[in-house]
Write a new protein. Structure first.
Length: 129
């Protein structure tokens, strides 16, 4: 089982970030965290890395549902969505598959919530051009 789903888009990096953030919002997610990996690696260890942004996305309704079922599920929240630019300029959007990441937890009701999140995140990635 793959732990993510991805798509390469024909947008410049900054526009891909904007489109991803807008798509997340359209599907009920907010972006709680934004980690600029390129900037962080440069500042912390002097490494020049490609544009790579991690968006910590959360759908409050579904997060609440998951937290009510498993009090420690917060260790797996928020759902990470990555926008990265590869060599040659191609930009890829990737989202975690919450079903894969939560498969270690033996709670069928939590699996159902993860399935809802999975479908929403698949829609987010699919609609970015």
């Amino acid at each position: 089982m793959s732990y993510h789903f991805s798509k390469t888009v024909s947008l410049p990096f900054d526009k891909a970030v904007e489109a991803t953030t807008a798509s997340l919002k359209n599907h009920g997610f907010g972006v709680l965290t934004q980690i600029d990996v390129k900037d962080t690696l440069n500042k912390k260890i002097g490494v020049d890395f490609r544009p790579y942004l991690i968006l910590g996305a959360c759908n409050p309704r579904l997060a609440h549902e998951a937290l009510a079922l498993e009090d420690k599920i917060g260790t797996m929240l928020p759902c990470n969505v990555v926008v990265q630019q590869h060599e040659g300029g191609a930009v890829e959007i990737s989202a975690v598959d919450p079903v894969a990441s939560m498969s270690a937890i033996e709670n069928p009701r939590l699996g159902a919530v993860a399935g809802k999140v999975r479908e929403l995140l698949k829609q987010v990635v699919a609609e970015i051009a």
